[in-house]
Design a protein around this ligand. Structure first.
Ligand code: 6MZ
Length: 392
């Protein structure tokens, strides 16, 4: 390596490069794995490992709760319509919704994201109740927290919400000293409201999120089967969250529904997910309001919300510099990973390593955690930049 002096260092697009280094080749899967990444749209129960689901279903089969041979092929199937996805979610919820299992799947999901170099994860999940096992929305979220504390492979840092009145330090929640641990992942929770819920139930979730915003809950999500429920049902709860400064992301435009899409955009959430079925007027509105979009390529194509990757609105939004974040939605349901979504974007839309790096780093601007976390994440990207973009 040549001795470093002022003349031997070039500054390119914010990156630093030494003489003798050249831009390295095309984006491949290995590079996407090495890229630090930020995941902002991942549903807990959509991200469960197939192997875990099969193991749990077998156990329930042995206990006579379900017939394993009836569900095995449903879990293993990889191509699903949107309607079939929601049938599968109902099955997954039967399999996973007890406190111990919720903790287990949380631990595994976080470990899986960390293993592919996700450095900040906003994990979303719908707090559930089940009187027969004493589960309340609050105890469900406690079980998720327990899962975070159980993570073994990586240090888990919980960060409070950006709207927390008093700045609170981010804290490690698991034992950071074990030798087995490799690196660190920031994890925050979004509490989801399911479109099947009532106004009162949605309000309960908002109250829980507000109560837990010093403990890692950083915002709210509205999700669930887009052909059920009505936006107006959730508006009082979401408005209450808004008044208290809690950031909100909405599933918007997964199916055609101009009236609802317009109402959602008028609400001006901090982010929206999907935005597949917008018409001209709604596109213009989205762009003029500059609402960041969580893009889930594989999910949108698998569920037929978008006809093919080449027709995906990622291209249009990216070219006009609209804020967007590549996300997975449900790695388990769609057999994907965040690294694979980055690879798909690069290979489909012809993006370079420098462009992909900036796309990944750009997600930092849209996280819901406190600003201190943004500074830390920027440092992570600064230190990874030279190795990822230049070769000797
Ligand atoms: C809308 C979705 C979704 O909350 O039980 N969910 N909602 N569109 C999607 N695209 C395919 N994928 C997942 O995780 C599963 C729940 O997340 C929502 C659904 O409400 C599903 O029941 P949790 O952890």
């Amino acid at each position: 390596m040549p001795a470093l002096n002022m003349c031997s260092v070039l500054f390119v697009g914010g990156g630093q490069r030494e003489m003798g280094e050249e831009e390295s080749g095309f984006v491949d899967m290995e590079w996407c794995l090495a890229l630090p990444k930020i995941e902002l749209h991942a549903h807990l129960n959509g991200s469960v490992r197939d192997a875990t689901l099969l193991e749990l279903a077998k156990d329930l089969g042995n206990k006579g709760v379900l017939v394993f041979s009836d569900v095995e092929h449903v879990i293993k199937k990889s191509d699903r319509s949107l309607a079939e996805c929601f049938k599968l979610f109902d099955l997954i919820h039967i399999i996973t919704t007890d406190h111990a299992t919720v903790s287990r799947i949380t631990k595994e999901v976080v470990e899986d994201f960390a293993a592919e170099n996700v450095v900040y994860l906003e994990l979303r999940t719908t707090p559930k109740t089940n009187e027969t096992i004493g589960m309340t929305k609050s105890s469900y979220v406690e079980a998720v927290m327990k899962g975070l504390r159980a993570v073994e492979t990586v240090e888990v840092v919980l960060s409070p919400c950006a709207s927390t009145l008093e700045p609170e330090p981010s804290t490690s929640v698991n034992d950071a000293s074990t030798k087995k641990k490799q690196g660190r992942i920031f994890v925050c929770l979004l509490l989801s409201i399911d479109r099947r819920e009532t106004t009162a139930s949605a309000m309960e979730t908002v109250q829980l999120a507000l109560k837990m915003r010093n403990q890692g809950v950083v915002g709210l999500d509205l999700s669930g089967n887009p052909i059920t429920g009505d936006w107006i049902t959730f508006l009082p709860a979401l408005s209450c969250a808004r008044e208290q400064g809690l950031p909100i992301t909405l599933h918007c435009g997964e199916v055609r529904n101009p009236k609802e899409i317009k109402a959602m955009l008028e609400f001006c959430p901090e982010r929206i997910g999907h935005a597949c079925c917008l018409e001209d007027e709604e596109w213009k509105m989205l762009k003029s309001l500059n609402i960041p979009v969580e893009i889930c390529l594989t999910s949108n194509v698998r569920t037929n919300s978008i006809s093919s990757l080449h027709d995906h609105h990622f291209d249009d939004l990216y070219r006009v510099n609209h804020p967007l974040i590549l996300c997975t939605d449900d790695v388990g349901i769609f057999s994907t990973s965040l690294s694979h979504e980055y690879y798909l974007a690069a290979s489909t839309f012809g993006l370079s390593k420098a462009q992909m790096f900036e796309l990944s780093r750009g997600a930092i601007r849209h996280i819901f955690a406190q600003d201190g976390v943004k500074a830390f994440l920027n440092e992570v990207f600064d230190s990874a930049q030279t190795g990822l973009l230049w070769r000797k």
